[in-house]
Design a protein around this ligand. Structure first.
Ligand SMILES: C[S@@+](CC[C@H](N)C(=O)[O-])C[C@H]1O[C@@H](n2cnc3c(N)ncnc32)[C@H](O)[C@@H]1O
Length: 408
């Protein structure tokens, strides 16, 4: 094991990440992730997900609890964190989770399933590797041809204020001091220094965070961070291709400038320049992308010619908030909002779209476009309007398009 990896391991062993109880992490549904890629998986075997750098298993255990028919393997360098993840797995009696100590820089001892993993999730890990390109390339090599990687790495621009604090702490508590000593001095500095600059941007909670979070953020022994061109270069060097941002709406450059000549100028930029522009104009401390192997590609979007037998399913990362009022003789829906992943709930004002969402409120199994068009016809919606509403549900990600192997 190289010296950087040893140092990272020692730090996370002393401060296993994160503190607190496991939570459900949004955006980790394996079938939804796979639906972003054009390549379909072969039918007939369970889905296999690798959480690469699972830490204490916060995302792993949350995702596995929601997807009992999917096989999860969590790996990490830090035995202390894995022991806690294992204990939590046992407490919850999860039968679909395995946990193993594996170094991402070698993947030695990793049990790779036949044909590779369908999905690899790696959140907040690759930027701590001694060689992120090599680590990500190794993950790409154990990914199935149709597989996808959901990757989160630190955003350089969004962490500028945080790095200011790191530099301040480095100045008073040099890196060769023991970690506990640096923690004591660092906490005292940020708790008492007169500095609005330290708490600008999304890091204003720096005084309140736990020691584990403080070490991870401000005293980390090894991390790199990425701007958009840097991230795209990392992806390309690892032999991977981009399917989408996890939250495409966050990367809508046009929404950041007023309508008119400036928006036209922005719209005419090549996509990568537009993404870089958004990165420069916003506080984005995390860059979250969905990747695939070269040869795979983003799924072609549905258009107005969508077939009636096109399968759809409710997005498990979406929920409806329905405000109902009971009148004397009937129930009236007063308001409707769609909540997808951690985005702000979106109020739905369009009548046919609202009707379509309500028609799906208790829908568990996948269905066909034609089923929903028919359900809307029974509520008086004409077929072309109903089809437009269904396409809007796909665009809003209330529903997704499972691949054939995921219909059973
Ligand atoms: C910030 S934590 C993120 C943990 C988890 N993904 C989460 O979101 O809660 C980073 C994790 O990466 C792990 N890690 C760092 N370098 C690693 C390596 N070379 N191999 C395996 N795990 C590594 C650390 O042990 C730590 O648990």
């Amino acid at each position: 094991m190289d010296a950087i990896t040893e140092a990272v391991r020692a730090m996370y062993t002393a401060f296993p990440y994160p503190s607190g109880a496991p939570t459900m992490r949004q955006g980790n549904d394996a079938r939804v992730l796979l639906s972003y890629g054009a390549r379909a998986r072969p039918p007939g075997r369970p889905l296999r997900v690798l959480d690469a750098g699972c830490g204490r298993g916060v995302g792993l255990i949350g995702a596995a609890s929601l997807q009992p028919d999917v096989e999860f393997l969590g790996i990490d360098l830090c035995g202390a964190a894995l022991a806690e993840a294992r204990a939590e797995t046992e407490r919850r009696a999860l039968k679909n989770v395995r946990i193993a100590e594996v170094d991402l820089m070698s993947l030695e001892g990793l049990a790779v399933p036949d044909g590779g993993f369908d999905v690899i999730i790696s959140s907040g890990v690759v930027h701590h590797l001694s060689d992120p390109v090599e680590g990500l390339t190794r993950l790409a090599n154990v990914l199935a041809p149709h597989g996808v990687i959901s990757l989160m790495v630190y955003g350089r621009h969004g962490r500028e204020a945080l790095y200011r604090a790191v530099r301040a702490i480095d100045a008073v508590a040099p890196r060769d001091l023991p970690l506990e000593e640096r923690l004591r001095i660092g906490r005292a500095l940020v708790a008492t220094a007169e500095s609005a600059a330290l708490t600008a941007g999304p890091w204003s909670d720096m005084r309140a965070v736990s020691d584990v979070e403080f070490v991870d953020r401000y005293l980390n022994v090894h991390e790199t961070s990425y701007d958009v061109p840097g991230l795209f270069a990392l992806i390309e060097r690892a032999g991977l291709t981009r399917l989408r941002w996890v939250e495409p709406a966050d990367w809508d450059a046009a929404a950041l400038v007023p309508d008119g000549p400036l928006r036209e100028l922005v719209a005419a930029l090549p996509p990568e320049r537009r993404d870089a522009l958004v990165d420069s104009l916003t506080w984005r401390p995390r860059l979250e992308v969905v990747l695939a192997r070269a040869g795979n590609a983003p799924r072609a979007p549905l258009d107005g010619n969508v077939r009636d037998d096109e399968p759809l399913a409710w997005n498990p990362d979406a929920s409806l908030r329905v405000e109902r009022r009971n009148l004397r003789d009937r129930e009236r829906v007063e308001g409707l909002a769609l909540h997808v992943r951690s985005r702000d709930p979106l109020p739905i004002a369009n009548g046919p779209v609202a009707l379509a969402l309500l028609a799906l409120e208790r829908q568990l199994a996948p269905f066909r476009v034609g089923d929903l068009v028919q359900a809307l016809a029974q509520r008086g919606v004409a077929a072309p309007v109903a089809r437009a509403a269904v396409l809007e549900l796909v665009r809003l990600e209330a529903v997704y398009r499972p691949h054939p192997a995921d219909l059973a």
